[in-house]
Design a protein. Structure first.
Length: 240
């Protein structure tokens, strides 16, 4: 068990990728699992095609993204559903594993504790909660912070996890810090990924887009802009 959960530990990072981190911590093969906040569903697909999950229920609150996902040729073992983590439409103890890939900090802070209670409810005794969160630290966070400063919500997400462990809902088995490589060939690709997205409720303030572009282009090389993006993974377990 982890003795003390940490929001960030600059000395603990390793270069890695999400699928490899997951493979070292958990085995979804043959399991019925829930993914909350599936985004573009790339990890959803991997849970079935690489990791062998028997069934993945994947939820998303962004209706535009959900519509795009439903247009994809996804494996039949995947069920897409609209909904948030704070109200999970499933019976108690249904799932062996629950996954949140960079989605907990998108839950409204006032609802994070409720969401973790809901996850506890739908997990079977001994079931696992895998939470991957970006860490607000380093050049990439400084750049994307010009678009949307997530320092407070990421800290709130970590505090909610800590609170759930302290309340006895979960035990923290593992905590992993890793750096994911992120490369963007030009400004257009970066803007499409982080600015011109369907889940953005409001446009950037006047002049901010030019500021972000200037900051991005300071990182631009002939082969694109390259970043090491820090992440933290907490593997929590519902007591059996």
């Amino acid at each position: 068990m982890v003795q003390q959960m940490r929001l960030n530990d600059p000395s603990a990072y390793r270069l890695d990728r999400e699928p490899e981190v997951l493979a070292g911590l958990l085995d979804p093969a043959g399991q019925e699992v829930l993914e909350l906040g599936c985004g573009a569903a790339w990890m959803t697909r991997l849970l079935v095609e690489r990791f062998g999950a028997a069934r993945v229920v994947a939820t998303e609150v962004d209706r535009a993204q959900l519509a795009r996902n439903r247009a994809l040729d996804l494996p039949p073992a995947i069920e897409l559903r609209e909904g948030g983590a704070e109200a999970i439409a499933d019976r108690d103890g249904r799932y062996a594993q629950v996954f949140m890939f960079k989605s907990l900090h998108h839950v409204p802070p006032a609802l994070m504790t409720r969401a973790l209670h809901e996850i506890h409810r739908v997990l079977a005794p001994g079931g696992a909660l895998y939470v991957s969160e970006p860490v607000y630290w380093g050049p990439f966070a400084e750049l994307t912070g010009l678009i949307h400063d997530e320092r407070a919500v990421r800290a709130a997400a970590f505090a909610a996890l800590q609170g759930a462990v302290e309340a006895g809902l979960f035990d923290c088995e593992h905590e992993v810090f890793y750096l994911a490589e992120g490369s963007y060939p030009d400004w257009a690709h970066f803007a499409a990924r982080f600015i011109d997205v369907s889940h953005r409720a409001e446009p950037l303030p006047e002049g901010r887009r030019a500021e972000v572009r200037a900051a991005f282009e300071r990182h631009l090389t002939p082969s694109g802009a390259h970043f090491l993006k820090p992440h933290r993974v907490d593997l929590l377990r519902k007591p059996g």
